[in-house]
Design a protein around this ligand. Structure first.
Ligand code: ADP
Ligand code: MG
Length: 254
């Protein structure tokens, strides 16, 4: 058996008295695409934030590529990670948000080379070369010198994807990457994500784009109230949902 890229076992998270994740179980194998669906407030973003070390867990275990999130194993015991160790682990995970969060005062090229140069200490020439390859890949080879404000939302989101890929992540998390876009710009971003999936990237994607989920996902997970209601192939969960709650949700988004 290969190690899961992401393995969640009874993951719990509360904010004060509000239990937002109530025992999430999930397995994502290397190279798989997992689409997370669920109504607003069901805990999707919180779960991604847990995977990316942005939240601490209140229960259960979560591992990325076999390594527990938040802890380090030593001599059979677990120790809480120090901030510097967290930073190192987070580099292996790329995250793309609804809002593009590009640095407005930097060009597209500088946005992409910033972390490889300053965090990974790559030589500038090498980082630029790689950025050019990534820009080609997201269809923006001609925009290297542009500033984010000069780009459409779809172009900015493709730059955000290229910027995340520049860190050579082993896992990519997408939190509603097309929700803030005008409808005519959604397709170009989904196309880039489709290519990435075809290229073998492990991805967890929170999305309401059912076409994308049904074509690209290996696994679809429906969350409600901080718990997994249903999980399976797109044909199972989207085509023939077992749960009334899944059916009610799908009838609203489809
Ligand atoms: P989703 O992404 O599925 O819409 P979220 O994970 O953003 O859901 O939120 C799940 C629940 O947790 C919501 O009720 C939200 O208000 C609450 N929540 C999220 N983050 C915080 C926080 N930092 N403090 C308090 N409550 C939070
Ligand atoms: Mg969310």
């Amino acid at each position: 058996m290969t190690t899961a890229m992401v393995h969640a076992d009874g993951v719990r998270k509360r904010f004060g008295a509000h239990e937002v994740l109530r025992g999430i179980d999930l397995n994502v194998a290397p190279g798989q695409v997992c689409c997370l669906l669920g109504p607003s407030g069901s805990g999707k973003s919180t779960f991604l934030r847990c995977i990316n070390h942005l939240e601490t867990l209140d229960g259960g275990t979560l591992t990325v590529d076999g390594t527990p999130v938040g802890y380090r194993q030593h001599g059979g015991r677990l120790y809480a990670l120090r901030p510097r160790e967290v930073a190192t682990r987070r580099r292996e995970i790329g995250m793309v948000f609804q809002r593009f969060n590009l640095f407005g005062h930097l060009t597209v090229l500088q946005n992409i080379t910033e972390a490889p140069v300053h965090v990974l200490r790559e030589p500038v020439a090498q980082a630029r070369e790689q950025a050019a390859v990534l820009l080609e890949r997201v269809g923006l080879a001609d925009k290297a010198g542009a500033y984010p404000a000069q780009l459409s939302g779809g172009q900015q989101q493709r730059v955000a994807i290229a910027r995340a890929l520049a860190m050579r992540p082993k896992l990519m998390l997408f939190d509603e990457p097309t929700s803030a876009l005008d409808p005519e710009l959604v397709g170009e971003v989904l196309d880039v994500m489709r290519d990435l999936a075809a290229d073998g990237m492990t991805m967890i994607v929170v999305t309401h784009e059912m076409g994308f989920a049904s074509q690209v996902a290996d696994q679809v997970v429906f969350l409600d109230g901080g718990a997994v209601v249903e999980t399976g192939t797109p044909a199972e969960v989207l085509g023939n949902p077992r749960s009334e709650r899944t059916r009610a949700f799908l009838s609203k988004v489809l």
